[in-house]
Write a protein that binds this ligand. Structure first.
Ligand SMILES: Nc1ncnc2c1ncn2[C@@H]1O[C@H](COP(=O)(O)OP(=O)(O)O)[C@@H](O)[C@H]1O
Ligand SMILES: N[C@@H](CCC(=O)OP(=O)(O)O)C(=O)O
Length: 370
């Protein structure tokens, strides 16, 4: 059966950590594997990091710049070189590719989200392998994916992919960072992401010298992808042939099983496309109504409103402890909600002086967090 396969490769696999030069044999091996998968009739998407790393090597910088403008400038240098290398290698195998640079804001607006989906669909239909990276040169801090693990998960969710492969410089997830904990235990299968908290898996908060998020962002990516129905695998980038072995059923890397009810495309957009602008805290009755009975949120169940947002913005719905239980599109602004929180729906017109929606977040615009 033909499948949709998203592969993400990190800077740590693409470049030699000591010299910053490209790991040519790894890249060539990956190009061969992806071209074979495409020729076999699969839809293949590559999410590649490396713009900043390659840009630094080109400019002789020996560490990742901290200054944002410099980092964005360096990414502009590196992205072109990276695509040149990919295009040379894919072209020698007669495989057409396309550069797709995304920012977080491209997925926030529903029309742009659908547009991105349609462009990917057209490229795949043309037999092209889209090569995706964050548009680092123009992305602004507040509207960034921030790391390519998250970006690849959102792309996999957008495309309803069957597989997401996160290629990195370790062979799988361990109970702790194997670099600093040589006795860390390998983890081969995660049936639900919350298992990791039970196993007390430690991820640290940063990656290798050139990587961005370390294991933490890979687990966050696995959460997004599996909740969207995408099987996710963390495996080593220097052996790209593992992708085909895994597809053939070999137990390599760490597998995260897809969750059974990924929801429809619009709900996935609400959950993973939108950027929440504020928080609404709920009492226990409202939490039960939403989480257990699948009801809409009414003003009566709101105890506190945090942040400034407008009608139609995305918000997080939190329980009394502040834990996010759902996300949704709100029918009132934060200033309106502060006036009507805790009040019955029939009182709203009198309080605001004009009629408003009966629900604060309608259940069609609400997605439970997992
Ligand atoms: N629990 C863990 N299991 C495996 N690796 C871990 C873990 N916690 C932290 N790491 C570190 O994460 C690194 C990979 O992340 P990163 O450098 O960001 O890679 P990439 O560039 O591929 O995104 C590994 O080299 C490893 O040292
Ligand atoms: N967009 C950035 C990559 C950011 C990133 O997530 O890097 P990595 O942790 O190596 O996957 C770049 O191309 O340098």
């Amino acid at each position: 059966m033909n499948q949709t396969i998203v592969v993400k490769i990190g800077t740590s696999s693409l470049t030699n950590p000591s010299t910053g030069n490209l790991a040519l044999s790894t890249i060539a091996g990956l190009v061969e594997v992806l071209s074979r998968l495409r020729a076999a009739g699969n839809n293949v998407i590559l999410v590649t990091s490396g713009a900043v790393g390659v840009g630094c090597a080109r400019l002789g910088l020996n560490e990742r710049p901290r200054n944002i403008a410099v980092k964005q400038a360096v990414a502009a240098v590196g992205q072109g070189r990276l695509m040149r290398v990919y295009d040379d290698l894919f072209t020698s195998l007669q495989q057409p590719i396309a550069q797709v640079l995304l920012t977080r804001s491209d997925l926030v607006q529903r029309s742009r989200y659908i547009n991105a989906h349609n462009t990917f669909a057209a490229l795949l239909k043309l037999g092209v392998i889209p090569i995706v990276n964050e548009n680092d040169t123009v992305a602004i801090e507040e509207l960034k994916f921030g790391d390519n693990d998250t970006l690849s998960a959102r792309v996999a969710s957008l495309l309803e992919a069957d597989w997401l492969f996160l290629l990195t410089d370790v062979d799988r997830l361990y109970s702790a960072d194997p670099r600093s904990h040589p006795d860390a235990q390998p983890i081969t299968l995660v049936t639900h992401i919350d298992q990791l908290a039970e196993l007390e898996v430690q991820t640290g908060d940063r990656g290798s010298q050139w990587g961005t998020g370390g294991m933490m962002t890979k687990i966050a990516a696995a959460r997004i992808a599996t909740a969207s129905g995408v099987r996710t695998v963390i495996t080593e980038g220097k052996n790209p042939g593992n992708i085909e072995k895994i597809l053939a059923g070999e137990p390599i890397g760490t597998h995260f099983e897809p969750q059974p009810q990924p929801g429809n495309a619009r709900k996935r957009w609400i959950a993973y496309g939108l950027v929440p602008c504020g928080k609404i805290y709920l009492d226990q009755g409202a939490v039960n109504a939403i989480a257990k009975a699948g009801k809409s949120l009414l003003a009566a169940g709101i105890t506190q409103v945090e942040g400034e947002f407008h009608n139609s913005d995305a918000v997080q719905l939190c329980d009394t402890t502040g834990r996010e239980i759902a996300r949704g599109i709100v029918n009132y602004s934060s200033s309106e909600l502060k006036k009507i929180q805790g009040r019955q729906s029939v009182e709203i017109t009198a309080i605001l002086g004009y009629p408003g929606a009966e629900t604060v977040v309608h259940r069609d615009n609400l997605v439970l967090s997992n």
